[in-house]
Design a protein around this ligand. Structure first.
Ligand SMILES: O=C(O)C1=C[C@@H](OP(=O)(O)O)[C@@H](O)[C@H](O)C1
Ligand SMILES: C=C(OP(=O)(O)O)C(=O)O
Length: 414
């Protein structure tokens, strides 16, 4: 059995940075993720005038309930959608200041419109410099009164997370009616973490689609960041494929992240999955069967399953993952294209992919600068010697040490 210590959750670290920056007092994040996305978030906070002190295992943030200390700032959000969607929202709640936000070419392509439209509805003076609904943008902050909003989060739950976290920073609070929602478990992370920083959101209406967020601000705290469940998926998939057990401590019963449900998909395929004592263990029963699975809730693990799929005994069909087309790249086409180049038969539709069993041949993976394409096909690589990547370094977005950690695992499993 191999024990893998996975780095901290990107999603939890990004939320904790936002909430700590907005809180009254000094917060400490314990074992935050240090990667390009979260370092970019922390650097953005610093540019806005927040005090962020980074030690190896702990980050300390002095909150500013009145908003950024800087009255002018130019913030570069890199590739991170959490940074690019959450930080402008935080800055918009400030009492006064002019802030410009920009992002990488990859992130500039990704949509923001439902969020920026919602901010405008709340009275925020927000202008897109180039394409409407995309970075770069400029905000003139003058405080937000709050009130009622209707939001379509069918493309990204991050719009809703940003507005939920904004609610307590407005004068009257927010009441948000959500018409559609993808990646729903990320909203559970948001609500649980807001509670840890002293704010209780109530849900009502048909399907609990109305979110009422009280005004009053956040309370500083010490917050321990759990390991990243999406990152763990590569090791769990590897264990299901190679037959050697992997245990990931820190991800067990009570984990916040929906992506841990990826192990349920592996269990359905025949893997041996056990959760005990706050950790999850995956092994193999010797077979991997095909399946049809809806991954709307856990679509960051769609590429992991796609990369494992050729080794199943029957077709693997993944449904309801249309929003993976607006991630770091069009992930449905990136997965299909690379698998086809490896000689695997694949079909795709607007929001689904179906992969037939086969023996992949080694190719240079076209990564499209997408960390998950690299980390997912590393699983395929365990059974496909000679597989390489055109941009192996893009794993820095969430796991700079991925290649070393995965090679150590592969070595340990012989
Ligand atoms: O809120 C978050 O931390 C995230 C939400 C998800 O995005 P979408 O809601 O856009 O699917 C997920 O894919 C992303 O990696 C992180
Ligand atoms: C989609 C992802 O990231 P983000 O949306 O936070 O940039 C991801 O990490 O797979």
């Amino acid at each position: 059995m191999t024990v893998i210590h996975v780095p901290g959750s990107k999603s939890v670290t990004a939320r904790a940075l936002f909430l700590a920056a907005a809180a009254n007092g000094r917060s400490t994040l314990v074992r935050p993720l240090s990667s390009d996305d979260t370092e970019g978030f922390a650097a953005g906070l610093t540019a806005l005038g927040y005090a962020v002190e980074q030690e190896a295992e702990q980050w300390h943030i002095t909150g500013r309930p009145a908003g950024p200390a800087a009255t002018e700032a130019d913030v570069y959000c890199r590739d991170g959608a959490t940074t690019a969607r959450f930080l402008p929202t935080l800055a918009a709640a400030g009492s006064r200041g002019g802030y410009r936000f920009d992002a990488s070419a990859q992130m500039r392509r990704r949509p923001l419109a439902p969020l920026t439209e919602a901010l405008r509805t709340l009275g925020v003076d927000l202008r897109h410099e180039d394409a409407e609904g995309h970075h770069p943008l400029r905000i003139e902050a003058a405080g937000i009164k709050g009130g009622e909003l209707t939001l379509d989060a069918g493309q990204s739950s991050q719009y809703l997370t940003a507005l939920l976290m904004l609610g307590p920073l407005t004068e009257m609070g927010l009441r948000i009616t959500v018409t559609d929602l993808v990646s729903a478990p990320y909203i559970e992370i948001t609500l649980a973490m807001m509670r840890s920083f002293g704010v209780e959101v109530t849900r009502s209406g048909p399907g609990n689609t109305v979110f009422t967020v009280p005004p009053g601000g956040y309370r500083a705290t010490t917050y321990a960041v759990e390991p990243d469940a999406s990152t763990a998926s590569y090791f769990f998939a590897a264990a299901a494929l190679t037959g050697r057990e992997v245990t990931v401590p820190g991800l067990g019963d009570g984990a916040l992240q929906g992506d841990l449900r990826f192990v349920d998909v592996l269990r359905r395929m025949g893997a041996d999955v056990r959760t005990a004592g706050g950790s999850t263990t995956v092994g193999s029963t010797g077979t991997l069967s095909g399946l049809t699975v809806n991954m709307r809730d856990i679509s960051d693990t769609m590429p992991t399953l796609a990369a494992l799929a050729p080794f199943a005994s029957g077709p693997v069909r993944i449904e309801d993952v249309g929003n993976t087309r607006v991630k770091e790249c069009d992930r449905l086409e990136a997965c299909a294209g690379n698998l086809r180049r490896m000689g695997i038969t694949v079909a795709t539709g607007p929001d689904w992919i179906e992969i037939r069993p086969g023996t992949p041949r080694p190719v240079e993976i076209e990564t499209h600068g997408d960390h998950r394409v690299v980390m997912s096909f590393a699983v395929t690589g365990l059974r496909t010697p000679g597989l390489t990547y055109d941009d192996p370094g893009c794993v820095r977005k969430t796991f700079p040490g991925f290649h070393e950690a995965f090679a150590a695992y592969a070595g340990a499993t012989g």
